[in-house]
Design a protein around this ligand. Structure first.
Ligand code: ZN
Length: 149
């Protein structure tokens, strides 16, 4: 595969089309939730992301946004991965994804941990696109930090 093929893997293109978690869900009263808005001025991507918690469990992740296929696909993968798992478990996945994005192509994505997120390994070779891929993850981290208990 050449670099550009790696950048736009089919998995990424599929997620950019069928966006998991797209459409902000209202948090019912009494449900702990946090929210974050992030903007990537370099590419023009923006996202508003909301997490709902049930104790230490991420009940769901929903978001609204617009941007390039990398940023939208990444948000979709994140929603799929994060929904229904422990908050700590999600933070560990986030660390792994961030390491992958900082690897400048030196790492293969660990599918066991990252699921479809491993398909973004090729993105790390394109520093300008790393922000696109990280946008929703940064939003999710901030939303979790902001979440009321
Ligand atoms: Zn972008």
């Amino acid at each position: 595969m050449n670099d550009l093929d790696q950048l736009y893997q089919q998995i990424i293109l599929d997620h950019a089309k069928a966006r998991h978690g797209a459409g902000l869900l209202e948090a019912p009263q009494g449900v702990a939730h946090g929210e974050s808005m992030q903007h990537n001025p370099v590419c023009g991507d923006h996202i508003q992301l909301r997490v709902q918690l049930e104790g230490s469990l991420v009940k769901n992740v929903s978001w609204e946004g617009d941007g390039c296929s990398i940023s939208m696909a990444s948000a979709s993968v994140l929603s799929e991965l994060a929904t229904g798992i422990e908050r700590d478990e999600f933070m560990a996945i986030l660390d792994e994804f961030r390491e992958l994005m900082r690897s400048r192509g030196s790492r293969a994505g660990d599918e066991e941990i990252l699921g479809d997120g491993a398909a973004f390994a090729g993105v790390s070779k394109f520093p300008a696109r790393v922000k696109c891929a990280m946008l929703s993850w940064v939003a999710a981290e901030a939303a979790l930090l902001a979440a009321n208990e």
